[in-house]
Design a binder for this molecule. Structure first.
Ligand code: HEC
Length: 155
């Protein structure tokens, strides 16, 4: 009985290590797999948090999505840009895998000419601020949170 208990504990510890490693090993920007359906696998291996994604969406230092997109679900913010299409009901138009692909790298997912930055791409274009030169704008976790939030935008 005692031995079984000990073995059980050892197993639980090992499981803990595996989870931590998987988290640290989020898919790197260069290794993201695009298919015709978008990017199907979560970058972190886990589902995102829509409430956190909602905050990333409107944070000017992170997603800053409102600078270019109208989103009726975030009425509390007064300024919504119109460079891109309104995102109302966007989850009716795109699957989660497609939304993930658009947020990761809109140049690959939509069109090479788009003004929308790739939020998990190292190719941000010539006019990007130096501090982003070797970084992605969002972390893998923030991308997943934004995708989870976008998936709630249904009409
Ligand atoms: C600098 C402006 C800009 C920013 C910032 C921006 N986008 Fe976009 N986005 C666009 C444009 C422009 C398009 C349309 C694609 C094109 O260029 O033809 C687009 C398209 C999209 C689409 C597809 C919508 C549709 O109906 O086809 C989604 C989804 C999207 N953006 C999500 C986001 C999210 C989420 C963020 C923030 C993390 C964001 N965008 C930030 C400009 C922007």
């Amino acid at each position: 009985m005692r031995t079984i208990l000990k073995l059980g504990l050892a197993g639980a510890c090992l499981a803990g290590v595996a989870v931590a490693t998987a988290h640290a090993g989020s898919v790197a920007p260069m290794d993201v797999k695009f298919t015709d359906n978008g990017v199907e696998a979560s970058l972190t291996g886990a589902a995102g948090d829509a409430a956190k994604g909602r905050a990333v969406f409107s944070n000017r230092k992170l997603g800053n999505c409102l600078a270019c997109h109208v989103n009726a679900e975030q009425k509390e913010h007064s300024f919504h840009g119109e460079v891109g299409p309104p995102l109302d009901g966007v989850a009716d138009r795109y699957s989660e895998a497609e939304l993930r692909a658009i947020v990761i790298d809109s140049k690959k997912a939509l069109t090479e000419e788009t003004l929308m930055p790739g939020f998990y791409s190292l190719k941000l274009g010539a006019r990007i601020h130096k501090k982003f030169a070797d970084k992605t704008i969002l972390t893998a976790e923030q991308v997943e949170d934004v995708v989870a939030y976008l998936a709630t935008l249904k009409e």
